[in-house]
Design a protein around this ligand. Structure first.
Ligand code: ATP
Length: 500
């Protein structure tokens, strides 16, 4: 669920935005180029010069994305017996967004430069200024500026905020002038019309988060799946936000995917469940073999009035520590709001205590695309290889965990003749019902290995003339490049063992 409109909460994030804007991003650029060159992520509608902050996933990217989604889905709905999934529609009744607060509050304060007509997020302008102060060594000045910004954002005092921008002599990077409009709130929801006749009442929104589809289905799910509190409802799906400043590749997109889970609990127990999910979600990340040093919690100090506790799980991206997932203890706010607007009871009868109540909610919310970027950033390595003859070579390798790698196994006959392709095809047919395999005959074996390294294939198996004699193959491990001979009949199980 989104917390964007919670100005208090957003204001405290400025520190991380600054880190982001000052980091050298050579490695990040290399990752973006690699993602395009090897069929992971393309700019959307690229032949028409692309569409800002919208991206398409290519052959390997769509596999990786699906694997991350499946890994999350399994951890939620298969490993937790008390969590079930749903798949709600993107379009929802417009009152949903009134009740949730999005129509009135899901907005960012924006300012336009009258000369260039360029629009800016107010917090981004002030953060950039603070950044400049810091570069000049004026730490106190930067802190002071951000503290003022926090207070004014929290008070929604846009007149004084504009005065602050002018006092700091902040200018537009395009026109170079400080000729600013008034500050206005800009709603981030995309609106469209239902049916062919455009009437005010037919305005509906592309959902800006998946969570509301869970809340409005709370009773349907609880009754049909006969769930007893505490229980969770999980969902993955597209969300849309008209982000004004969309940057950092797939980190901030206008169309993206979320993986959210709302956990419904008895009032009074939300504190312990919040701690449980805070820990469990970090463990999920670590279960992918990512170093704990790359993660940190960011506990929110200032909270929305209904929130009890909230934190972000942050990962150290090449552009600094940034949020990848949020864990929020949301009290009974959402269900109560929907009760109010729909005039339908959204309550649960707890037989253990003989009481009716609106359950409290602890939510976990992670961006699938952001997780994808995390995996790419964590996996990407430009490696120098020292060869036995003293010379060096290099490779780009993606150390993607085998469980979610787009390709698990490449099957490579050494030559195109002597019956080797036939043997390789037999192995292909044996393995491909179980996991994704790649078959290739073309080019020297070293070149083929490099191509597999670049897309993160965990294992390569080479079929050579010896295979015909003793049914062994050479297996090469992506991360260590170690090669060994094993029986061809063992290959399938060796890969399968890595997938559980
Ligand atoms: P941010 O402060 O980065 O805008 P947020 O606090 O608004 O994020 P939430 O509304 O809590 O984010 O959404 C939950 C998760 O959805 C985020 O942790 C992030 O992984 C993902 N997410 C949110 N907005 C975007 C976006 N524009 N593009 C990609 N992923 C997003």
């Amino acid at each position: 669920m989104n917390g964007r409109w919670q100005l208090l909460r957003k204001a405290e994030k400025h520190i991380f935005a600054i880190v982001m804007s000052t980091q050298p991003d050579n490695q990040f650029q290399a990752i973006v180029s690699h993602a395009k060159e090897y069929g992971f992520v393309f700019p959307s509608s690229e032949i028409y010069d692309g569409l800002a902050a919208v991206y398409d996933y290519g052959p390997y990217g769509s596999e990786l994305k699906k694997n991350i989604r499946d890994y999350w889905w399994k951890s939620m709905t298969q490993l937790h017996e008390n969590i079930v999934g749903i798949d709600a529609a993107i379009f929802m009744h417009p009152t949903t967004w009134k009740a949730s607060g999005h129509v009135d509050n899901f907005s960012d304060p924006m300012i336009d430069n009258k000369d260039s007509k360029k629009r800016y997020r107010v917090d981004h302008l002030l953060e950039a200024k603070a950044d400049q102060l810091r570069e000049k060594g004026d730490e106190a000045g930067a802190d002071n500026l951000l503290a003022q910004m926090d207070a004014l954002l929290a008070a929604e005092d846009f007149v004084t905020l504009k005065e602050l921008i002018q006092a700091e002599k902040i200018v537009c990077s395009v026109s170079g002038t400080g000729n600013w409009t008034e500050i206005r709130q800009f709603n981030l929801m995309f609106a469209t019309q239902l049916g062919s006749v455009a009437e005010e009442s037919d305005t509906i929104y592309l959902r800006p988060e998946t969570a509301q589809g869970i809340f409005v289905n709370f009773l349907n799910v609880q009754k049909t799946a006969r769930m007893k509190i505490p229980f969770g409802i999980a969902q993955t799906g597209k969300a849309f936000r008209n982000e004004i400043v969309a940057r950092q590749f797939i980190f901030r997109m206008r169309e993206f995917e979320q993986m959210e889970m709302q956990f419904f609990v008895r009032p009074g127990t939300e504190g312990e469940w919040y701690q449980y999910w805070k820990e469990a979600r970090l463990q999920w990340h670590l279960s992918l073999g990512i170093s704990p040093d790359k993660y940190r919690y960011h506990d929110h100090v200032k909270l929305a009035h209904y929130a009890k506790e909230a934190c972000d799980i942050e990962y150290q991206f090449p552009f600094g520590f940034k949020e990848v997932e949020g864990i929020h203890s949301r009290s009974d706010f959402d269900l109560t709001q929907h009760q109010l607007y729909s005039k339908k009871k959204l309550q649960y009868f707890d037989t253990e205590i003989n009481q009716n109540y609106v359950p409290y909610v602890v939510e976990t919310s992670i961006g699938l695309d952001r997780m994808f970027l995390l995996i790419l950033a964590n996996a990407y390595e430009e490696e120098t290889i020292n060869k036995e003859d003293g010379s060096t070579d290099s490779r780009v390798v993606l150390h993607i965990p085998t469980k979610i790698a787009p390709m698990k196994l490449a099957i490579l006959p050494l030559t195109k003749k002597d019956g080797l392709p036939e043997i390789a095809r037999d192995l292909m047919n044996e393995c491909k019902p179980y996991f994704k395999c790649f078959y290739e005959e073309k080019d020297a074996i070293g070149k083929r290995y490099r191509r597999q390294d670049a897309i993160g294939t965990s294992f390569c198996v080479t079929i050579d003339h010896q295979t015909k004699e003793d049914q062994t193959v050479t297996i090469r491990y992506r991360d260590t490049m170690v090669q060994e001979r094993i029986l061809m009949s063992k290959v399938k199980d060796l890969v399968l063992e890595q997938l559980v």
